[in-house]
Design a protein around this ligand. Structure first.
Ligand SMILES: [Ca+2]
Ligand SMILES: [Ca+2]
Length: 207
């Protein structure tokens, strides 16, 4: 009695498998996780591709979405605040509307790219681009000093002084800026994370 689920058509499941790192079982599990956030909004039948979007407030409340910066593994309230700020940014990047409100597709996409199942070998350019976007706060396709300062402030909970912050940002840009234009292009960024893959695990989330 193999395939009893009628949430998706086999074609839809194939498509999800093709564009995520998940198995069918995982896709269905994530679907139910998504639906549990708002059972009254999310139908149990997706075969007709309903236009459903869950507000960021619901997505951001998921305990799975714990962004765990290596710099502060503690679980104090400050960390929670930090996680919320970064999580909102990540949701904005992955949501089609840019405001963190997510369709099921956005949701699967985000989990796929950020989950620990995502390949670490960085051959997946899409996942690199999405990570790049997380840092590119002003969406100008470059990570510049002010983008980095924002990221670091969130990661360190504003614990660095302005001078320290400036020094760290300058150092990061200095080391990764291949064409010496004072900012990081996608190419610079790729180069940096190949040399320092730990940088990426900052944004790992568990499912
Ligand atoms: Ca930027
Ligand atoms: Ca550059």
């Amino acid at each position: 009695m193999g395939n009893k689920q009628t949430i998706f058509t086999p074609q839809q499941l194939d498509a999800y498998q093709d564009c995520t790192f998940f198995t069918r079982k995982e896709i269905l599990r994530l679907f139910h996780r998504y639906r549990d956030l708002a059972p009254h909004l999310v139908p149990l039948d997706y075969t007709s591709r309903p236009e459903v979007k869950l507000p960021y407030e619901l997505i951001g409340s998921m305990p799975e979405l714990k962004v765990h910066p290596q710099t502060s593994p503690s679980q104090d309230p400050g960390t929670t605040r930090l996680n919320t700020a970064l999580m909102q940014r990540i949701a904005e990047v992955f949501s089609e509307d840019g405001e963190g409100n997510m369709t099921l597709d956005d949701f699967l996409d985000m989990f796929s790219v950020l989950s620990e199942m995502a390949p670490r070998d960085l051959k997946d350019i899409r996942s690199v681009i999405l990570r790049f976007k997380i840092y590119d706060f002003n969406n100008d396709d470059y990570i510049c000093k002010s983008d980095l300062e924002k990221t670091l402030n969130k990661l360190t909970r504003n614990e660095l002084t302005e001078d320290e912050l400036r020094m760290v940002c300058e150092k990061v840009i200095d080391e990764a800026d291949l064409d010496n234009d004072g900012r990081l292009s996608l190419e610079d960024f790729q180069h940096m994370i190949v040399r320092a893959p730990d940088f990426l695990s900052t944004f790992h989330i568990r499912i």
